[in-house]
Ligand binder design. Structure first.
Ligand code: ZN
Ligand code: ZN
Length: 342
């Protein structure tokens, strides 16, 4: 086995490195900058060049080396290359080759288009280590354009009703994807500080005007008029005093979890919009199929369900216990406490 599951996560003995370790190690390959994949304290990091700025913003220390997508580097006895995962800016799949045997770790990925990152690149592998955050047959995403259309219509309706539309979205990735996708003529856009900090990193990496102008809401006077505006905030802002500055609000949440009946009501959120930065069930199966893989290792989320389904299709499927948690709050950069895994 080129990669084994350890307490610190996926370890490659032949290469002397971990992929997205759960703690501090000598050498870490990092697929992307989300908190459960990029942890502080390791001595050396290797990540995709497109994700370096986000990783630096996250880590605060450590030596970060980079590879361009597709560039190969020998690490120990292993040829390593990183390929676009389509998840968030700079996210990658790790391709590991050792004595003719190829392993691919998808990291978090999606197959839908995203104007803020390079599209997922299908790779062939003998063994595919795949995430299954949304590995249940109920998870099927409508086209992203549909969610964007629904958000736009809701924003317009809020404006007509004299309300401020407060949209909750994960601060790293989802917020910027939505900003890049929404129409620009509907009204001003305000951001929570945690969202704005990451927007600043995105703006430094993406072509100008990929993201619309935004204003950080922290400077708003208590009696500022924001009706007709859209506010983008991390989900942890929900129910917090931070919202008081906006007067009459309507709340929405953009997440794959909005596909689950009752999730929106339980959180007392007015509107749910189904849009995710992870692969849905059909995309997981397609990705396994396209890789031509002999063996699948499932991590992250509904591992048993996907592994069982693959076995029933006659594939070898193993489960790796990892500490990845899926779409969660971004604890760093957010001013509020972590909601934890959903
Ligand atoms: Zn992620
Ligand atoms: Zn993840």
């Amino acid at each position: 086995m080129l990669l084994v599951s350890t307490e610190l996560g996926l370890y490659c003995e032949a290469g002397g490195f971990y992929v997205d370790p759960h703690g501090a190690v000598e050498r870490a390959i990092i697929t992307h900058a989300h908190a459960d994949h990029a942890r502080r304290g390791s001595a050396r990091y290797l990540t995709a060049a497109a994700g370096e700025a986000l990783l630096r913003a996250r880590l605060g220390g450590g030596v970060i080396e980079t590879l361009r997508y597709g560039e190969r580097r020998r690490v120990g006895d292993v040829d390593v290359s990183l390929h676009p995962a389509g998840h968030v800016l700079g996210s990658s799949q790790a391709r590991l080759e050792h004595r003719g045997e190829v392993w691919v770790v998808t990291g978090d990925f999606k197959r839908q288009a995203d104007p803020t990152c390079a599209p997922f690149e299908p790779l062939a592998a003998h063994t595919l280590v795949i995430e299954s955050t949304f590995g249940l047959p109920i998870f099927r995403w409508p086209a992203a354009e549909r969610a964007v259309g629904e958000i736009s219509a809701w924003w317009r309706a809020c404006a007509e009703a004299g309300q401020t539309a407060v949209l909750y979205a994960y601060a790293l990735g989802k917020a910027q994807r939505l900003l890049a996708s929404l129409p620009r003529d509907l009204g001003p856009i305000y951001t929570h500080g945690a969202v704005e900090r990451l927007c600043a990193v995105y703006r430094g990496q993406l072509p100008e005007h990929t993201l619309p102008p935004t204003q950080v809401a922290v400077g708003l006077a208590r009696d500022a008029k924001t009706d007709g505006a859209l506010v983008i905030a991390p989900p942890s802002a929900h129910g917090s005093p931070w919202l008081r500055r906006f007067g009459a609000i309507s709340t929405g949440f953009a997440s794959g979890w909005m596909r689950v009946r009752g999730m929106r009501r339980r959180r007392a959120i007015d509107r749910g919009f189904v849009i995710s930065d992870h692969a849905d069930w059909p995309a997981l199966l397609d990705t396994v199929q396209q890789s031509g893989t002999e063996r699948v290792v499932v991590t992250h989320g509904y591992v048993e369900v996907l592994a069982r389904w693959l076995r029933e299709q006659g594939r070898e499927a193993l489960v790796a216990r990892t500490a990845f948690v899926g779409e969660v709050e971004e604890p760093e950069g957010a001013d509020e406490a972590d909601d934890g895994a959903e």
